[in-house]
Design a protein around this ligand. Structure first.
Ligand code: NAP
Length: 321
């Protein structure tokens, strides 16, 4: 089978497609023939060697994917050959035509959902859900600011927020992003590159502030987020690429909080709830991932280049045959 193999950490060019031996599941593993693979920012951090936990090289990247179960190990129960599934993590990497998974990494894909949709769920949607409903318990009618709403996590958060009856304020960086957010049902949109956008957001709440901010670029925005919070409001830090200075007094005067969010910390019980909810949402169409562009395995380096450029508008995927 074909797989992307990284021999040593480096730029996108280290993503090389190789012919590797076919995978055989152990007694407690499942073999999945992949049709689509989700590309995520974390794949690029790991590939470049700039991430806290790095795999041993050589390795095959990728956490997200979707496809069909091809074989189950002898002790696997409840999963059968031919089932359409998506995965949230794997044992062998998803930038490949097939992968091995533990049963807990596998989630049934409803027949109404495409493989492309399935490949978006594992990191982006699960992170948005973990932040909105587990790290914070949002309530219907509250206002959430999705700061960086045009990317994988942002679009997921917008769809999940609207589905939960929240008011969703969203930020974008390009005109394409602005139009996408409006089409996705954002209640108000703001340009995160325009000076003074914080004042416009505050004005849109009649000066009261927002109850929750989902922050995708805390190193740039955290200091400016705090004055936009309502009393008792919370900033969830989902993405950050460096240090930042804040004025703690802005927290004190509002009884407000900054909370970290790391999907890897979610328990198996929480993940089971999250993916159970996705089964309903993918089935009834209330969760509909937006795919910006698809690539082949051979084009994985191009996908990584685009992933780290400004101007997001949904997810990037690798598709296989
Ligand atoms: P993505 O698809 O690349 O999207 C990046 C988002 O950041 C886009 O919406 C982009 O908007 C926005 N952005 C760029 N400049 C910004 C600014 N100055 N202010 C606010 N937003 C800005 O990435 P993703 O998959 O959505 O992930 C978002 C971040 O969360 C990444 O840093 C990722 O590593 C992190 N993440 C963390 C977890 C976790 O468990 N904590 C899980 C998944 C992802 P424009 O392109 O429109 O400017």
């Amino acid at each position: 089978m074909k797989a992307v193999v990284v021999e040593s950490f480096g730029g996108p060019e280290v993503l090389q497609v190789r012919d590797v031996p076919d995978l055989v599941p152990a007694h407690d593993q499942v073999l999945i023939r992949l049709h689509a693979t989700g590309v995520n920012p974390v794949d690029t951090y790991i590939r470049s060697g700039a991430y806290g936990r790095l795999p041993e090289t050589p390795y095959t990247p990728g956490f997200d994917g979707s496809g069909v179960i091809q074989a189950c190990g002898s002790s696997v129960r409840g999963l059968t050959r031919g089932l359409r599934v998506y995965v949230s993590g794997s044992l062998t990497g998803t930038y490949a035509e097939a992968c091995l998974c533990s049963p807990t990494q596998i989630h049934t894909l409803p027949r109404q959902a495409t493989f492309e949709a399935g490949a978006c769920m594992g990191i982006a949607y699960a992170t948005a859900s973990y932040a909105l409903f587990h790290r914070v318990k949002v309530r219907r009618g509250q206002t959430v600011l999705i700061h960086g709403a045009t990317g994988g996590v942002g679009i997921a958060a917008l769809q999940l927020a609207k589905r939960a009856g929240l008011k969703a304020f969203c930020t974008y960086g390009t005109e394409t992003g602005r139009l996408l957010l409006i089409q996705q049902g954002a209640d108000a949109v703001f340009d995160h590159h325009e000076s003074g956008y914080e004042d416009r957001i505050l004005a849109a709440t009649e000066g009261l502030g927002v109850q929750l901010i989902l922050e995708m670029l805390a190193n740039t925005n955290l200091g400016r987020d705090l004055p936009m919070l309502a009393t008792g409001g919370i900033v969830c830090v989902i993405g950050s690429r460096g240090p930042v200075q804040i004025q703690p007094r802005e927290l004190m005067v509002r009884d407000s909080e900054i909370r970290g969010v790391l999907l890897a910390n979610a328990s198996q019980g929480v993940l089971a709830q999250i993916h159970g909810d996705f089964f309903s949402g993918l089935g009834d169409g209330s969760i509909k991932p937006v795919v910006r562009r698809t690539f082949t395995l051979e084009q994985a380096a191009d996908a990584h280049e685009l992933q780290m450029m400004r101007g997001s508008a949904g997810k990037l995927l690798l598709v296989h045959g």
